[in-house]
Design a binder for this molecule. Structure first.
Ligand SMILES: Cc1cc2nc3c(=O)[nH]c(=O)nc-3n(C[C@H](O)[C@H](O)[C@H](O)COP(=O)(O)OP(=O)(O)OC[C@H]3O[C@@H](n4cnc5c(N)ncnc54)[C@H](O)[C@@H]3O)c2cc1C
Length: 399
């Protein structure tokens, strides 16, 4: 059995950034991915549209891993105190381990769900197979109007496919924005040619040996050469469960990202983290990077607490969207900028303080100021009119 100082499980955003904090430690990175660490956000955006090359997806070249024992295409099956059993049968010894196993797209058990041309998207292979199919297709149906579904809808529409989004709830992006904002985004998509079927679930996907049609429970039939099912992810907690580590909507960690097993940390989409009196399981790139680094630092001997305002971005057509904090359950919404000009910030206020925002095509200075205002819980009661006014310098609220 070979012994390591640190074992990293998973090579996504969190696993990769954990590695960057480990200095000269003897490290093994075991991952079920086929490739060295690469970035996922471009898979639904620039890479799907052919604007980014495959080699540009990788965080670093092979050279960067020359002192790391990287085992690709390999799963960690079980952790026991200081030992990891791999899918190859090999056992590795470790002093500290970081679980960064991310998530897997939720499957829909639909009749026809296994037909050729039905896709899910998480990995580079998934993106390659969607791209390949898109090149031969005219009509695509996307099941799920969340982030990934809408990004792929935008990318495939840009590539010339006729795109229909089916969403079971009354409006798209429903876990994230209110109905009014959702309708604004929807009408933007509609102007680009995307069609929507809302408030309906899918009954079946049909076709001889590949996808030909999608039928909704309400009886609508849509011709389709390919289908993307994008209905969220579930955290990859099986390893933790098998190993007796506490889980509940992810792997339960404390503020230092320590799991219930001594010397084992968790980071990224899989971690369920305590913060400001709540438990958060966040599926954002920024949070995966931050927690990956934090787990790396703490596994190296630090005792730093989680303290982070996570934010998420998305690119759809020519809209760059950024959001942080709470985007629902607020008392008041302040609109800074103009929705019709495609440059605005919806700023959410609760109890007299800014708790979150959703911005479209705004500059980073404004976003950084808003992040600070949220973190510092600055009182803005009576200043709503000023905040609305684009001439008003938001950063003056910080002093
Ligand atoms: C297409 C796409 C677009 C996205 N766009 C955005 C965006 O625009 N903005 C944003 O904020 N976020 C975006 N995200 C989300 C963001 O990419 C994730 O939050 C981030 O990848 C999470 O990183 P992670 O390291 O926790 O997990 P992952 O990146 O999922 O990595 C998990 C790793 O663990 C491995 N693994 C799993 N189980 C095991 C096991 N038992 N043994 C060994 N290895 C294992 C996997 O193979 C993988 O390498 C996007 C995600 C996708 C899929």
């Amino acid at each position: 059995m070979e012994d390591f100082d640190i074992l990293i499980i998973g090579s996504g955003v969190a696993g990769y950034h954990a590695l960057k904090e480990l200095g000269n430690a003897k490290v093994a990175m075991v991952t079920s991915d086929k490739y060295l660490p690469y970035d996922r956000p471009p898979l639904s955006k620039e890479y799907m549209r052919g604007e980014k090359k495959r080699e540009e997806l990788f965080f670093e070249g092979e050279e960067a891993y020359k002192n790391v024992n990287v085992k690709l295409n390999t799963e960690v099956k079980m952790l026991r105190q200081g030992e990891a059993e791999l899918s190859t049968g090999e056992v590795l010894g470790f002093k500290k381990a970081i679980i960064a196993t991310g998530g897997t797209p939720r499957r829909l058990s639909l009749s026809g769900g296994e037909l050729r041309g039905v896709h899910y998207l998480r990995s580079l292979e998934d993106a390659d197979s969607i791209k390949e199919d898109a090149g031969k297709s005219k009509n695509v149906v996307i099941i799920g109007g969340g982030f990934i579904g809408m990004e792929v809808a935008a990318s495939l529409t840009s590539l010339g496919l006729s795109t229909t989004v089916i969403e079971v709830k009354p409006y798209i992006w429903n876990t994230f924005v209110d109905e009014r904002t959702s309708k604004f985004i929807q009408s933007y998509f509609e102007k680009k040619g995307v069609k929507f079927i809302l408030n309906e679930s899918v009954k079946e996907i049909s076709g001889k040996d590949k996808v030909e049609r999608v039928t909704t429970e309400g009886g609508k039939g849509i011709d389709a050469d390919m289908v993307l099912i994008a209905v969220g992810i579930r955290p990859n907690i099986e390893l933790a469960q098998r190993s007796g580590i506490s889980t509940e909507n992810g792997i339960i960690v404390n503020e230092f990202l320590e799991t219930s097993m001594r010397n084992v940390y968790a980071a990224g989409d899989v971690a369920n983290i305590p913060y400001m009196g709540k438990r958060l399981r966040i599926e954002h790139w920024n949070n995966a990077e931050y927690t990956g680094r934090l787990a790396g630092k703490n596994a190296s001997g630090n005792t730093e607490k989680y303290d982070f305002l996570s934010s998420v971005w998305s690119d759809i057509f020519d809209m760059h969207i950024e959001s942080a904090g709470e985007t629902y359950g607020y008392d008041q919404e302040i609109v800074r900028g103009k929705m019709e000009n495609n440059s605005f910030n919806l700023i959410y206020v609760k109890g007299g303080v800014i708790v979150g925002y959703l911005s479209v095509n705004r500059d980073f200075e404004e976003l950084n100021t808003l992040n600070e205002l949220i973190k510092r819980t600055v009182e803005v009661k009576g200043k709503e009119g000023k905040i609305e006014d684009e001439q008003f310098n938001l950063s003056s609220l910080l002093s």
